[in-house]
Design a protein around this ligand. Sequence first.
Ligand code: SAM
Ligand code: SF4
Length: 475
Amino acid sequence: MERESIGAGLVLHKLGENSWLDASEVERVLKLRHSGDPARVHEVLAKAREMKGLSLEEVGVLASVGDPSLIEEMYAAARYVKEEIYGHRIVFFAPLYISNICGNECSYCAFRKSNEGLVRHALSQDEIAKETEILINQGHKRLLIVAGESNPGGTKYITDTIATIYSVKNKNGEIRRANVNIAPQDVETFRTIKAAGIGTYQCFQETYDRNVYAKVHLRGKKADFDWRVSVMDRAMEAGIDDVGIGALFGLADWRFEILSLMQHIAHLEDAFGVGCHTISVPRLEPAHGSEMASAPPSPVSDEDFKKLVAILRMAVPYTGLIMTTRENPQMRQETLALGVSQISAGSRTNPGGYASEEKFDASQFQLGDHRNLEEVVSDLAQMGYMPSFCTACYRVGRTGKDFMDLAKPGLIKQKCGPNSVGTFLEYLIDYASPDTQAIGEKIIREEMSHMGDKEADVSERIMRAIRKGKRDVFC
Ligand code: SAM
Ligand code: SF4
């Protein structure tokens, strides 16, 4: 993409900007419809098992598979990739909604400006501290700051929020990584936010289909498709090298969206040497005052939703896949096996929702999973998963390309194994009930039994330190 710097970090995007997003190429690939040829599907699945990712055309092959036995084979390949790279580890986070005030008009969202029945509030720094303390006391170490698009305090409100979150400490608890999901910014603002110490910057394109985009984003800055689709270029230019992209499934054809997500990643790799750190796969949920949220224009069935998770897992094996509490426990469980690597738990989407309660008339959308953090941790541990609260890479600066350089040859495992065991043990000692502690200790022993000697030694050292009372020990 051609970019021209015009000083003060501002970048003028020239005509032909975002030409990496090529809808006609996506349409062409989707029309090929190779799924009639099981031999081609088998070839692609064999390549997926090599864990080097898939091309646009190969993703197209998998996206058109409809035969139930081929779908099962696809799921088996996705499970293989997931287990080889992530083992049983699942990273936890919680969203922290700080404001539901918004100047945009996204037809599917309860926060949209015209939704007069919504109870609006932007949290004060004291309220943010209170919410943070509650989440710390549940055992969280990672938060995702979320806000509507016109927060009254501007950039300072966001940087103050980050500072507040990191300043809250309670006993052994603290937030070690604050990710941010806010509206697209210019490069200068992103630099300021980066300097405040954000982890990942997240922003979802919602839909990569320009026509659908125009129909559902009626007014406000977000109506500008190009401003939004180029957001990660500006974030990367500002030095934020962990970025999270996503699409809101239910707005347009899911196949079109995942192929476009592939184009987005390829573009970031070409332009900045590193793709995205995470992909989120929100599916439209009912929202206060929105008819569209309950009747999505292009609904994605549960089967297709599982398919798209499996395909993304194989297409970009080292990119984190995020599943939120929008989905119900069963869907979360099934997609964990197929490729999801990070989940939220115990979430509220109304500002102040942790200190008070979930309130539909102030929330962004309706949740599908209402279990608290400990219930999710305990359920997952009983299923053999290894809950992780790790934030090590961010803390030692292993982000962006440095992270991918370690992840792609498979070396990151040597870090993730011991760090997940260590942070889970911290959680068990500091926050869990005796029952969860017993289940957790069993999972830790099982996890250790699958580790190589070096990894097991490092894990033992970290665990000894934690049992003696040290915290925040990682490799
Ligand atoms: N306001 C900013 C924006 O739109 O990018 C940042 C936060 S917005 C609150 C976070 C995300 O929530 C949106 O990007 C959208 O994908 C998702 N969302 C909005 N309405 C939803 C709904 N009804 N169901 C599920 N997800 C929804
Ligand atoms: Fe505002 Fe974001 Fe909701 Fe759109 S999705 S109305 S920008 S909060």
